[in-house]
Write a protein that binds this ligand. Sequence first.
Ligand code: GLC
Length: 571
Amino acid sequence: MHDLTWWQHAVIYEIYPRSFQDSNGDGIGDLNGILRRLDYLVLLGVDAIWISPIYPSPMADFGYDVADYCGIDPIFGTMADFDRLLAEAHRRGLKVILDFVPNHSSDRHPWFQKSRSSRHNPKRDWYIWRDQPNNWLSHFGGSAWEFDETTGQYYLHSFLKEQPDLNWRNPALKAAMFNALRFWLRKGVDGFRVDVMWLMIKDDQFRDNPPNPGYRLGQAPHSHLLPVYNSDRLEIHGLVAEMRAVVDEFPDRVLIGEIYLPIPQLMTYYGVDLRGANLPFNFQLLQCAWSASAVAEVISEYQQALPDGAWPNWVLGNHDNARIASRIGARQARVAAMLLLTLPGTITMYYGEELGMCNVPIAPDQVQDPFEKNEPGLGLGRDPERTPMPWDASTAGGFTNGWPWLPLGDEHEIVNVAALERDDNSILRLYRNLIQLRQTHPVLVNGKLEGAVAEQNVLRYERTSDLHPTNKDPFAGTPALHPTNKDPFAGTPALHPTNKDPFAGTPARERLLVLLNMAAEAAQISVKSGTVLISTHLDREGTKVGSQVKLRAGEGLVISLEQSSGGPAVR
Ligand code: GLC
């Protein structure tokens, strides 16, 4: 018997709150702005929003420097605004995931103020103080240690010096942080995305990191050393399990970990007996080359490495990485959308991806990101992928009545929600249709993935209604085998995007063939007969295919194969 919880079949939409919608004319997005756009998200068809940090913060790292884990920064609104947003999201059937930043606080957090005030303050040990620094490097450049005059010791900061690292070996700190989680869980938030989960525990002997023989010029400066002693330490897994237990005190919540590690190490974050993160973020598609063979390899490697019973997930972009449309071009961005929304498990997308939004060039005098300010000119800055959401073609894109905190770029006159909504062929339509396809064909969520092979530069795989990962057919026969045996949206029928049980009416068995042409030339592929469910070009739905199918340059297809067509078409 297979049970899917909401987050397993969810498409999660990341909102970078500074850039989504401003409601008060200060040029910075806010909670009331998000509230105004909830219906847009419902129409898009996503199930959950993850909001990057909204807590009180001096904004040295735009909210990833938290000064109060249980408050709302006035830039974003008030606690009443948050409560209203949460209620309105829930009323529409949308879940709300918050960002939790446990590795470090702001240097303005009262805890750090106390910690730095005296070596004997009870909060001293809530941070990491040493008489001498070791060679560890900050992710944002330079040493990870800062000398503090008042008490004559160094404190550790894995990021900015305004972001001192918290000491998770201290039980009182741990209890305080877990209580912050409970504060939000009690309010009804549906889970957390945990910032830099793999960095939270450091070597207790503070040994020096060895040099990185693979370092290449142009890489981030902290890559000079291998992070052996300040990342992915064994003790992290006990801590993640404890964090998960806190989240599990409340029903139906999700714990997601931000983890940039190779696949084998990543998988360990599911934890012993899957008691770790529900979803260690899978960033493979952010990092691999854009070719059919490279993506096929990543899919296979990830699938094979998944522990028994672990739930897969896929991510295409976030606020720390170049936008997908800039990495691979506008045409391939549509292929990427089809790839993302036909892979198994939970899907996370980044605001603006549905518009094919590109990185916006940022002039030196417009730079906001501290990473770019610390390490200028290396292309490490993250402002280009954090620019305001273009809602329409007006000067500030409908994002603000004031002056936007980052520029919108010229492209927004064409690439904006209003224009793409008018265009039946737009990438926005494609996203909506793909999300709907995922909802009406749950085989795309939890069916088996067979193949993942490259033919020429076409990526090919099948999704079959064999249960992932136990190999059982989830839909065979009867309602008793229905994945959740209940409508995941029960209770909000009138407001549910499609007002339909996404698992109802599914054929007993399904075989969907996905073909993604990742080249700029057309390709001819042998297939079994079937019917096109969707093309990235949105112009051949319902057409029959026989033994050969021609894919135009940068075209992707999902084909429903006829049941009589025998064994898998994948070679
Ligand atoms: C994570 C965040 C990033 C932030 C860093 C420090 O990687 O995604 O935006 O700067 O942690 O908190």
